[in-house]
Every structure is written in C-alpha cells, then in structure tokens.
Design a protein around this ligand. Structure first.
Ligand code: MLT
Length: 411
C-alpha cells in the first residue's frame, strides 16, 4: 500500500491565499452583485512593460525559425541574462557577485521551498512572526517541524516576533540557529532593514555557522537611498547568505514567471562527517537534476528589464504601485487607523480597529464594504490584530476601496 508524506497532515488548513480565495468566492456566489475589490494577495494588475513584450515577441519569432530555434537551455539560465543581473543588480552596488552565482528560476516562492533540498533535516530554523507562510509550510512539508499548536506555531521552529513594539525588526536570537529566513522589504509588514541591522544578522550567522535565506523579492520598491538592496552589500554576507529575487513585482511577471537565486561560491555548510561542503555545487546539482530552466522566451523578456526602456518602464510600474501605497497609508491614517509600512514596500500593515481579530476584520471588510485584504494572523500568531493591504491594483480600485473603508471604519 502506498503511503503519504505524513508531514502534510501537520499543515494548518489551506495555504493562506487559497483560503482567502475560498471565502471570497463563497461571498461572491451568495452576493452576485457585490463589486468586490481585491487588495489581498500581492498580485500585480498592470500590463507587462512594452520592452519585455517586444523582446518576448521577437523570441517567439526566433523559435519559429529552424536557424534560431532553441530546445533545452542551460538549467541555470542563459549566460546573457545571468550576466545582466550580476552587473546591474549587484556589481553596480558594489556587491561581489559573479554571473555564475546567479541561478535563473521560475519563481522565488519555488526557490524558497526548493532550497531546503540541499540542507539537512536537523537544522534549527528561525522565522520572523508574522512571516511569508511559504517559509514555514515548506519546512513542515519537509518534516523539519513538530505539530502546530492552537496559535498555529509549529514545534521545533524558532519564532522571532516582529510587532509595533520592536518596530517590526526581529531581535537577534539568544540561542544558536542554523537557518534564518529574512525578508526585506518585508512581506507582510512593509518594514525595511537598515545596514546596521543586516550587519548584525550577518555577524551572528558567521559566528554560528548559520545560513541566511534573504528574500529580496520587493527590493525594487526601496526608495530610501540608505537602505541596502541586497544582503551582499553587507560585509561577510558572501560567507553566510543566499538571496532570492524576482521579476514578479517590479516587471509584472507574476503570470509570466521568472526569478533568480544567488548562491555565492564561498558558501559552505557541514556534511554529516564534519567536512565543509560547497553549497553552490549542491544547488547546481539540484537544479540540473530537477529543473530544465525557464523558457527562452521568458528569459528574453526578463533580459529586457535591463534595457534603458525596460528600466524606465519598470520604474514607472513601481512608482505607480507606490503611489497606491501612499494613498492607502494616508487615507487609513487620516481615518484614525494605525498604519505601518507602505513607504519602501508595496504592503501596508494596519492595526485592526476596535480590537477585532484579523479574521473578524477580514470578514467585516468583505461583508460591509466588499474589500478583500489579508488577515495578519494568516502570517503567524504575532500577526493577530493586524491586517495587510496590498498596493497592487488599479488606481481606481484603490481609491474606491479607501473611500469605502474610511466611510465605514473611521475611528
Ligand atoms: C503575497 O501576497 O504575499 C504574495 O503574492 C506572495 C507571493 O508572491 O507568492
């Protein structure tokens, strides 16, 4: 008789976003005339930049000609894209990242989960709370945790609470942990990390032989010049950090799929016999075995992000969403709500009014003003009493949603 991976049975209910989708669909079915505005999942709404579309159309034509047709590409991604990324995103900011250390993939979410393939099952793991649920759930699936308690906290994980009291910045843990997930600009709180804060993490990781998984999927939304864009801007990070990046949010690739992960060749971790093993080699081996690369067409689209037009067009997209974030922040604030984030990140993190729980506020918003957000408790126990509003939507929808919310929920 076939058996299952029992770790899946430890997972709490559904993955957060499908669960929200389920509740919204049930509401929409019962209220077919409701004009629902979705500011829940951070999914982009604006069309792909023209430079990316033109590059992909040209690539499709190449695929239609036997002289320029391409079959399997390199599993790690085409050199021309990896080189552009290394130059524009890292070397231009003083980070010593070589193109060969950049692995192109179909998404940061996938890579954040897949990276666990190359790590042992006995590592102690730290996550912030609240946190992007993928980090936790993939560790549950891999059998790295115990069962969840009532609050949804899994045995065996080290939770680092981030709340208004600590300015949404996790304290460096007193105990030793082996793997640490950090996400900046932060999903869901919209918080950012200073150079000093990241240096403290890098120093901690180097002292303890830990590896930091640094999720920088929202890096394009940083406008403050003092905030690091990459963990590799921090001294010593090449010895302790893997970075995840994405074209989803800056170039509107959520449906097109292209991202990349940086694994420096200087990174090592211990084998069971105590020897140091090169993580780049393991990740390269993993990708070559389990992945056949991102399509040529999509990689050409991603490459176009680095052209002059691509840079201008993606910057315009980012500015558009950040103007939405400003509107959300300012209007909710003026209505008396306590708001955080939304300055260097496309997420606004709101304290729920009248001591409502996160899901109570979710249901109230959905039922009274037909606006969908994301309950903070879905990101972890310390997110209870908070609510995330995404800036990814049309201007019209954002303005309409804010008018509806401030009309009914002003304090
Ligand atoms: C979110 O809403 O948190 C994001 O859409 C998650 C993701 O990009 O996978």
């Amino acid at each position: 008789m076939a058996t299952i991976n029992d770790n899946y049975l430890k997972l709490k209910a559904g993955y957060l976003f499908p669960e929200i989708g389920r509740r919204v669909s049930a509401f929409a079915e019962a209220n077919p005339n409701a004009q629902i505005i979705r500011l829940g999942i951070g999914d982009v709404t604006e069309p792909l930049p023209q430079a990316c579309r033109a590059a992909m159309i040209k690539a499709v034509e190449e695929m239609g000609d036997r002289h320029t047709f391409r079959g399997y590409g390199p599993e790690q991604g085409y050199a021309w894209l990896r080189e552009k990324i290394a130059t524009h995103d890292f070397q231009s900011r003083g980070c010593e990242i070589d193109a060969s250390e950049v692995f192109i993939s179909d998404g940061s979410k996938c890579d954040c989960g897949n990276i666990l393939d190359i790590f042992g099952s006995n590592n102690s793991i730290a996550v912030t709370d609240p946190v992007y649920p993928v980090y936790v759930d993939t560790n549950v699936m891999a059998g790295h945790t115990g069962e969840a308690n009532e609050a949804g906290e899994y045995g065996g994980l080290v939770y680092l609470p981030v709340t208004a009291e600590n300015n949404f910045t996790a304290e460096i843990p007193a105990q030793k942990v082996d793997l640490i997930y950090l996400c900046f600009p932060n999903n869901p709180t919209g918080a950012i990390a200073s150079k000093t804060h990241l240096q403290a993490w890098v120093d901690y990781a180097r002292t303890n032989g830990s590896i930091i998984f640094f999720d920088a999927a929202y890096k394009a939304f940083i406008s403050d010049p003092d905030i690091p864009h990459s963990i590799y801007e921090i001294d010593g990070a090449r010895e302790c950090a893997i970075e995840f990046r994405s074209f989803s949010k800056n170039a509107g690739f959520t449906g097109t799929r292209c991202a990349f992960t940086v694994v420096p060749k200087t990174l090592t971790a211990k084998a069971a016999d105590g020897s140091d093993v090169d993580l780049w080699k393991l990740w390269n081996r993993r990708q070559s075995t389990k992945f056949n690369g991102v399509s040529y067409i999509v990689q050409r689209g991603a490459e176009a992000v680095y052209s002059d037009e691509g840079q201008a067009q993606t910057q315009a997209l980012v500015s558009f969403y950040m103007e939405n974030a400003r509107i959300i922040r300012e209007q909710l604030s003026a209505a008396g709500l306590e708001v955080y984030g939304g300055v260097n990140a496309p997420y606004v993190w709101v304290k729920t009014p009248h001591a409502l729980t996160s899901w109570e506020f979710f249901d109230k918003l959905l039922h009274t003003v037909n606006v969908v957000g994301t309950p903070g408790s879905g990101f972890g126990a310390a997110g209870e009493g908070y609510f995330r509003i995404s800036a990814f939507n049309s201007r019209e929808n954002v303005e309409e949603a804010m008018a509806r919310i401030t009309d009914k929920f002003s304090i």
